[in-house]
Each structure stands twice: as structure tokens, then as C-alpha cells.
Design a protein around this ligand. Structure first.
Ligand SMILES: Cc1cc2nc3c(=O)[nH]c(=O)nc-3n(C[C@H](O)[C@H](O)[C@H](O)COP(=O)(O)O)c2cc1C
Length: 382
């Protein structure tokens, strides 16, 4: 299969599956428990239909949006995701450059495999730094400072990983960071020689945001679930979130808000935005999908804070549905991660191009020249 034959997220997923050793593919693809929430994140969009208007003169359409003070040329951005050099040896460098080409925001994880300084120097387009609140306060403060010094525009504090989700595929495959060599992982590396060559012969694996303070994840193999449970601070509360916001003192968002009550508290502590998200179904299985929950949250706080709908996005129409309900933008992880694994920067560019052209075509078919023409009149729930 070739990149030019990747017309949609399913095609990229199939290509990623062939390129990656099993434990790495299943780390991306998998979710918590029975993966019900992960499936619902996408299926929620299918319970709702778009109602187009016609004869609207749509020879040119404008899909730009401004979210948390950042102008994005398209209303879908790349959510922060961990460990990208395991998926392709260019890792975050590839995603950063692809996102910059499309004028959209790139979210860099605390568990990124390229430094904030390098990403900050590489791209001038909007950048989000995703913060994990560690027990080691020195590390947490150090990351905030590094993000600021590297000119990141938005800080997103992730609030849905207070303990590790039960990712059973990772338990089965024994996936850790860095990958541990076991008999079964060795077999799967041997069956994927191109990946294995790139992993062992190129730049050594590391987590540069963490290595100044902790060895786990870089030098000591640990599962991501264990990392959350043992390294992150389970006493984190609203006062801590507010202190992070004050320390950062630029656009600030909470990632992983699902209830109306919490959305209101996000407004109270002065957040600029919230990402309505269940971490791609990787944490609390059986929790509600972002799109199912979006209207309640927009109705409560949409006039006070920017609401982003994160997760489950596989088509341009999903983006238009979330924007019709009142999200300012959408974001996602797997839609670009499969593409990164499939073909590096060229893959992520193709994934973004597919999404951009779907959004453009769908706007025309909906009779919308700009995103503010979308509203709930365009939607009917079944
Ligand atoms: C492989 C992978 C790694 C992730 N790593 C992080 C992370 O380090 N920090 C974070 O806040 N969210 C992380 N996420 C969650 C994403 O930011 C996003 O919420 C999720 O991918 C959205 O669901 P989608 O993949 O269906 O788009 C990760 C998701 C995946 C798939």
C-alpha cells in the first residue's frame, strides 16, 4: 500500500499496522478496558445528521478559526501525544513541520521524544505544550519554564490521567517506554526490520522534558499506565491548576474536562479554553463521548471560554458537526499518528490534506462560506 492510496484514517491505520511492531501499533490503537468509549467517540458523530443549505455561492470558503487567541488556518489541530519517535524516527519533528505547513496548532506532550527548545525553534505557527503535573514539583515547574522560554503559545494541563487507565492491549503485548526486549517483542521487532533499524541505529530514544529529573520512561522501562500512577501527583486539585495558570500567564487550557460543573470551574480559575476529552477512550472506559457531551458544555460556558472537541474525529463531517454544536475547534490524536507511523512527515501532511479537503468540500456541500455559518439548525439528532 502506498501513501497516495491513503484516502482516509482507516487506510493510514492499515498502513501503520503493517509498518509497526505489534506492541507499538497497539499502544496507539488501543484504549481502556473494553474500548467502548473509544468506539463511541467516533460513533457519536454517526447519530447525528447534517442538514445542508444550497444555492449559497460557495466558490470560495474560509475555514480559519481563532481559538485561545491562536489563528488556525483549519479548525482541526494535532492533540499532544506521547513517544512519537517510537512511531516514526522523525517523531515530533515530522508532526511539527506538517502542522506548520497547514497553519494549524501542534500539541507537544510532556512525554515527547524531541525537546521543547527544538520544536520552538523549528516552527513559528501556534504551539501547545501539554503538561503532566508530576509529584516532583521541581520537574513540573521546570517544564512550565521551558515551555515559556521556547515560545509555546498555549499550555494545556491534562486532568484526566490522575491514575493510569487499564489499557489491556499494553498488558498483553508488554508495551513499555522505552520498549523492553522480551522474547515476543523481539519476534515482532525481527518481523519489522525497517522500524527496528531506525529505532536502534538512529538517535537514541529519550524523553528530553523529563530526563533532567526522572529516569523512568527514558532509561528505566515503564508502562504508560504505571508512569501515570506512580509519577503524577494524585493530590492535584483546582488550586494547583489555578497556580499553574498563574505561573504560565498566557493562554491556558484544561484538557480532559467532561462535566458542566468542571467546565464552570475552569472559567472560575481563569482558563482560556477547555478540551472536552476522554483521552481518546484510554482512561475511563464507559465515560461519555466528547461529542455527546458538547452541547451541555457549550450551553453552560461557550460564551466565556473556548470549547474544543477532542477525540474520535475521523472525517471532515465530524469537525463540521462539532462546530455546528458550538465548538471553536476540534483536535485529535490517532488521525495523524497512524499517518506518522505510515510515512513520517509526508504521511502527516497527507492526513492533514485529506482532512482539509474534506472540510472544504463538506462546507461547500453544506452551503457554508465560513465556519460561523454553522449552527445547530444544520443538525438533526436521530
Ligand atoms: C498514542 C497516544 C498517546 C497519547 N499521549 C498523550 C499525552 O502524552 N498527553 C495527553 O494529554 N494526551 C495524550 N493522548 C490523548 C490525545 O491527546 C487525544 O486526547 C486523543 O488521542 C483523542 O482521541 P483520538 O485519538 O480518537 O483523536 C494520547 C493519545 C494517543 C492515541
Amino acid at each position: 500500500m502506498r501513501l497516495r492510496h491513503c484516502h482516509n484514517v482507516k487506510d493510514f491505520r492499515a498502513m501503520a499496522r503493517r509498518r509497526l511492531p505489534g506492541p507499538i501499533f497497539h499502544y496507539i490503537d488501543g484504549a481502556a478496558d473494553d474500548e467502548i468509549t473509544n468506539r463511541r467517540n467516533t460513533e457519536a458523530y454517526e447519530d447525528c445528521d447534517l442538514v445542508p443549505n444550497v444555492l449559497a455561492g460557495v466558490e470560495t470558503v474560509d475555514m480559519a478559526t481563532t481559538v485561545m487567541g491562536q489563528r488556525l488556518e483549519m479548525p482541526l489541530f494535532c492533540s499532544p501525544t506521547a513517544l512519537q519517535r517510537l512511531f516514526h524516527h522523525h517523531g515530533e519533528r515530522a508532526v511539527a513541520k506538517a502542522a506548520a505547513k497547514f497553519g494549524t496548532m501542534f500539541g507537544v506532550s510532556s512525554l515527547a521524544t524531541v525537546s521543547l527548545e527544538e520544536i520552538g525553534a523549528a516552527i513559528k505557527t501556534p504551539k501547545m505544550f501539554q503538561l503532566y503535573f508530576h509529584k516532583d514539583r521541581g520537574l513540573t515547574d521546570n517544564m512550565i519554564e521551558r515551555g515559556r522560554a521556547a515560545n509555546f503559545d498555549v499550555l494545556a494541563l491534562t486532568v484526566d490521567t490522575i491514575t493510569g487507565g487499564n489499557r489491556e492491549r499494553d498488558l498483553i503485548t508488554g508495551f513499555t517506554s522505552p520498549p523492553r526486549l522480551t522474547l515476543s517483542s523481539a519476534v515482532s521487532f525481527a518481523l519489522h526490520p525497517a522500524w527496528t533499524f531506525n529505532y536502534f541505529a538512529r538517535e537514541p530514544f529519550s524523553l528530553p522534558q523529563l530526563t533532567t529529573h526522572v529516569k523512568e520512561g527514558s532509561n528505566v522501562a515503564i508502562s504508560v499506565g504505571e508512569y501515570f500512577s506512580s509519577m503524577l501527583d494524585q493530590s492535584m486539585n483546582w488550586r494547583d491548576a489555578e497556580r499553574v495558570r498563574v505561573k504560565w500567564d498566557k493562554p491556558f487550557c484544561l484538557k480532559g474536562i467532561m462535566s458542566v460543573a468542571d467546565a464552570r470551574r475552569a472559567v472560575d480559575i481563569g482558563a482560556t479554553g477547555i478540551m472536552v476529552s476522554n483521552h481518546g477512550g484510554r482512561q475511563l472506559d464507559g465515560s461519555r463521548a466528547p461529542f455527546d457531551q458538547l452541547a451541555e458544555i457549550v450551553d453552560a460556558v461557550g460564551d466565556k471560554i473556548d470549547v474544543i472537541c477532542d477525540g474520535g474525529i475521523r472525517r471532515g463531517t465530524h469537525v463540521l458537526k462539532a462546530l455546528s454544536v458550538g465548538a471553536k475547534a476540534c483536535s485529535g490524536g490517532r488521525f495523524y499518528l497512524y499517518a506518522l507511523a505510515a510515512a513520517g512527515q509526508a504521511g502527516v501532511e497527507k492526513a492533514l490534506e485529506n482532512m482539509r479537503s474534506e472540510i472544504e468540500r463538506d462546507m461547500k456541500l453544506m452551503g457554508c462560506r465560513s465556519l460561523d455559518a454553522l449552527n445547530r439548525e444544520n443538525l438533526r439528532f436521530r
